[in-house]
Design a protein around this ligand. Structure first.
Ligand code: BEZ
Length: 410
């Protein structure tokens, strides 16, 4: 692959493996760029392409989430003529298989071998934690379009890491209050046992018990296991007022289906973070009717911006958008807006970071801003499954920011 040398395009990922402070991140990238400029032959050329490394699941239970994120990202860039602040893009893609054990190898394929300028990924919190570690060590710009691992915008926060989706704490925190208001006093929690499930459990419990509810049992199974029968039998025996959960993708569809098949659907109301019902209703709409969830997106938001987005997405990809498509789209918007504000000068890292920190994203989900820990401050909606849609019910929490516990931005 040919690559025109351009000072502002010099990769920032060739720094030694040590934590990157904001000042060091900026100084290093500026210094390397200056060095490259001195040794570069004079070439009157197009600015080099921005190399974007997409590390997402293309197989496994989260495969459809990876597709939706890729579609959304490409749609945002497509709306800008396929460019990021006047720079063409070159895409690199890796299937991360939602496998945390392969995260270092997969991330290094993009960072060390392909020398991407920007990493976009991923869906699974455990994989994202591995990516964030490498991004922090190498200074590579990392944009996270889904994975909610709290630590990434908590103790691991870093100037070069931004999230455009949510923290695991965020979308489910308002659910406890909603359930308490609906008269539920006891709940059983069930989820996969990994960062996203465990952190969602903690946040739900915090919200539910603050309003007087009691989580009487926490059930779990390893990711991506879908053998729910024994756990559903336990729920039936406990007879809580309600069940709350975290599942997503194909595993969520299986859980909804098994919950109904176990005869629980009309006996014990099912709630969850909205990942439970997003992107799965074509498969399980009959079994999901009436399920209420909280999330930063809904299928029927009363906004022209969202209606246009949904129409264009459906036209372009021949499928309905979901929260993952919106997050991919917003990741494209974030990068494009920041690149426009530095006029395509990717080497100007200080200005690029500043632009991302001060961004306001006019998203289909509703406008959101970037918190100082680099996580969206956004509205969380209460939704109810009606037909094939997660219908907007109300704003469950206006402009909710993650607490950003433990973040000390260098
Ligand atoms: C996560 O692992 O962070 C995650 C995966 C799917 C949906 C939401 C969160």
């Amino acid at each position: 692959m040919s690559h025109t040398l351009n000072p502002s395009d010099t990769p920032i990922n060739l720094t030694p493996a040590a934590p990157v402070s904001r000042r060091r991140f900026i100084t290093l990238s500026g210094g390397v760029a200056a060095g490259a400029a001195l040794s570069a032959p004079f070439v009157q050329a197009q600015p080099a392409k921005i190399k974007v490394g997409m590390m997402l699941p293309a197989t496994g239970t989260f495969a459809s989430l990876g597709t939706a994120i890729t579609n959304g990202f490409r749609m945002a860039v497509g709306e800008r003529g396929g460019k990021l602040g006047s720079r063409e893009i070159e895409y690199f893609a890796v299937d991360d298989e939602s496998n945390p054990a392969k995260a270092p190898e997969n991330t290094n394929r993009l960072v060390q071998r392909d020398k991407v300028d920007v990493l976009v990924g991923t869906v699974h919190s455990g994989v994202a934690l591995g990516m964030a570690k490498i991004a922090k060590e190498t200074g590579t710009l990392l944009l996270i379009p889904n994975a909610g691992a709290d630590d990434i915008t908590g103790p691991m926060c870093s100037p070069n890491i931004f999230r455009t989706s949510f923290s695991n704490w965020q979308p489910i925190h308002p659910l406890g209050k909603v359930m308490a208001e609906r008269g539920h006093k006891t709940a059983v929690w069930i989820s996969w046992k990994y960062a996203a499930g465990d952190e969602s459990a903690r946040s739900f419990k915090e919200g539910f018990e603050k309003t007087g509810g009691k989580v009487v049992k926490e059930l779990g199974l390893p990711f991506p296991n879908v053998e729910f029968q024994a756990l559903l039998a336990e729920i039936a025996a406990i007879k809580p007022d309600a069940v709350a959960c975290f599942f997503a993708g194909a595993g969520a569809a299986k859980f909804i289906s098994d919950y109904a098949a176990a005869g629980l659907k009309d006996k014990i109301p099912l709630y969850g973070s909205g990942f439970l019902t997003d992107g799965v209703l074509q498969a399980v709409q009959a079994q999901a009717q009436g399920v209420m969830t909280t999330l930063h997106y809904a299928d029927s938001l009363p906004s022209k911006r969202d209606q246009e987005f949904r129409l264009n997405y459906a036209k372009q990809f021949k499928m309905q958008p979901d929260v993952y498509a919106v997050q991919g789209y917003d990741t494209g918007l974030l990068l494009a807006q920041a690149m426009e504000s530095v006029k395509g000068d990717f080497g100007n890292k200080a200005a690029l970071i500043k632009a991302m920190e001060g961004v306001k994203i006019d998203s289909p989900r509703g406008a959101w801003t970037m918190s100082k820990e680099h996580n969206p401050t956004q509205d969380i909606y209460l939704r109810k499954v009606e037909g094939e849609q997660n219908k907007f019910v109300s704003v469950a929490w206006k402009a909710l920011a993650d607490p950003g516990r433990g973040c000390r931005m260098a």
